[in-house]
Design a protein around this ligand. Sequence first.
Ligand code: NAD
Length: 295
Amino acid sequence: MTNIAFIGVGNMGGPMARNLLKANHQVTAFDLSDTVLAPVLKAGAAKAASANEAVNGADVVITMLPAGQHVRSVYLDNGVLSAAKKGALLIDSSTIDVDSARAVHSAAEKAGFLFLDAPVSGGTGGAEAGTLTFMCGGSNAAFEQAKPILEKMGKKIAHAGGPGAGQAAKICNNMMLGISMIGTCEALALGEKLGLEAQALFDIMSTSSGQSWSLTTYCPVPGPVPTAPSNRDYTGGFATALMLKDLKLAQTAAQSVGANTPLGAEAAQLYSLFAALGNAGMDFSGIIRMLQGKA
Ligand code: NAD
């Protein structure tokens, strides 16, 4: 049994903390919202009145917060780095900008802590089921120490490299996903206008060189892949607002290192427009509706 502090128990953090409780770890939780704390407390977590109180005596600290500014504010400036016990392992699973991740890494190292950036993919379904993929950045020592804990919440725990590498891997993957989803939608929308049945085009493309995860696992038109959000009116998947967040993080990162990502930039523009049309909460594959002129 490990004594774990969990800070940020919203849509993702809540079920992740509950999986740690199920694995018989002791969890002390803190969130600014009492509403999201309630189910975690009901599952057996202890309640803390602040982030610093939560980490008092904890062996492991996990944060699952919205963005870089929240992660900086929780760890830095008399935050968790000043309140955690000596030798505690610190893990941030939020999806944040690479610069913030590296800034917290460096402050944590100066304060004598092992720190891991460990963003996830797999969404709320993966968080509930304990099947998330963790992409980790940090030292071998931090990764090896974190692995048995992360395995209680995920099924694939990958070490991407040094500080910030987990965040870098996450935004590269999601930039590719955003671009490939738009490409898949354009092909299906063009095929429809050319008089092709969606199923016939799917059968051909899914066994041809245009094949991709966006097509075969997450097909943006209803029918060919029954489990895809397109069959549920684009609900219950990966929200457009989160895809847009990741595409913007990818653009910020690309600018900071001078990388050329013209399609990533275009994908960010198109998702920005789609979100502004009132679709921020819709699954990101719903962008096909805008490309079909139906959004
Ligand atoms: P969420 O908004 O549901 O949860 C974040 C929680 O952090 C909220 O409950 C909020 O009250 C809390 N919080 C904010 N500032 C705080 C502070 N200073 N102290 C304590 N608590 C604070 O968001 P989420 O969907 O759980 O996402 C969390 C992170 O995971 C984000 O970075 C997101 O991009 C990433 N992510 C989300 C998904 C998804 O499908 N939802 C998938 C992969 C990654």
